[in-house]
Design a protein around this ligand. Sequence first.
Ligand code: ARG
Length: 457
Amino acid sequence: MWGGRFAEGPAAIMREINASIPFDKALWRQDIAASKAHVAMLGACGIVSGEDAVAIERGLDSVAAEYEADGVPENWDLEDIHMTTESRLAELIGPVAGRLHTARSRNDQVATDFRLWVRDAIDAVDAGLSALQRALVTRAGEHADSIMPGFTHLQAAQPVTLGHHLMAYYEMIRRDRSRFQAARARLNESPLGSAALAGTGFPIDREMTAQALGFDRATANSLDAVSDRDFALDYLQAAVQCALHLSRLAEELILWASQPFGFVRLPDSLSTGSSIMPQKKNPDAAELVRGHAGRIVGCATALTVTMKGLPLAYSKDMQDDKPPVFEAASLLALSIAAMTGMIADAEFRTDRMRQAAELGYATATDLADWLVREAGLPFREAHHVTGAAVRLAEEKGVALDALSLDELQAIDARIGEGVYKALSVEASVAARASHGGTAPDQVRRRVADARTALEMD
Ligand code: ARG
């Protein structure tokens, strides 16, 4: 494609290091779409004849049909998807194919293709996250009343409901979706027509191609347009944050599925066995979601570091932008699908959760709150009295509400019979009815709101 200037061909190693076709063939659909939009515009603006434009568009359709049927051929001599397509087009329709590359460069071409690809990836992620939210909301609705220990420092802290815990992840995914949408909105400008770096002397219509490709407008600065990969970084950063949430959820499922916790049985279909230990059922899918998050962080780091020292405009380093984005996208899609399956089909062992909530003195705060409310103690004093009650219960090896009224009154005479109502785990969660709190009614309200929001997806 550029042989005119050269006396000899590239060394084997040059061909190999230069070739991006092994990975950028994934852009073929976007490349064909952008080329068709470009040549239709060239025809409409009289830069190529209407007849040639039609011949090229039909030829591009034939190339696309071949790719669809047989895959994209991988010839390193043709470097990338752009040259591969143009060269096949020339084989099919002859020298008129050479008119396609008028008023464009591979620099604006690849920037356009890649934006289109990332836009599709964002739409796919959004659909996946919507399905995950549905699974979370369904299970949260089933478990608005199921009591489990809430933790801080992974120590039993206060009872919460499983529904509330699951809805915490609904909120995280809601923010993830909005981050992806913000990335999509910023991405949606067309670089096509920026040409190599400076724009073009041909009387092109950039708004026409922008519209044809579903962009909101054409980019405003040709230098920026061909050297900008913010859209890919925005995508990766949103992916990192999302993967981080999935990883935290995975970590909890792994912990909960362990025998000492025993809070959940993960679906057989998303677990594996051991080749030596017959009793084993391992939460491999969750572990891989946790592992993939690390790799996604690596992808974001890779592109960040690739971009950080590049002068304007295009440098070949930017060819390395695609592998980390492709890798992150497939890891994220898998992680979302695996997590959706695990949440949908997990068997939550609410009996075990409830038992665990009753151990560990998780209602101690309720005793302190009762002393403040009913006996008029300052909170700090109530905290101290409650601490003494916990110490006594611990010495005796019993739950707080198993202490007799005499024993409690020996610690503080102001404690009365009514305290026992406050010490049950049900009373504890029901009391936390502040906006966003764990009380079953609050959880049901949030689940209903979430269902309404998801209906609009
Ligand atoms: N294959 C290149 C890439 O993926 C696009 C071509 C731009 N090449 C160039 N020499 N200007 O970035």
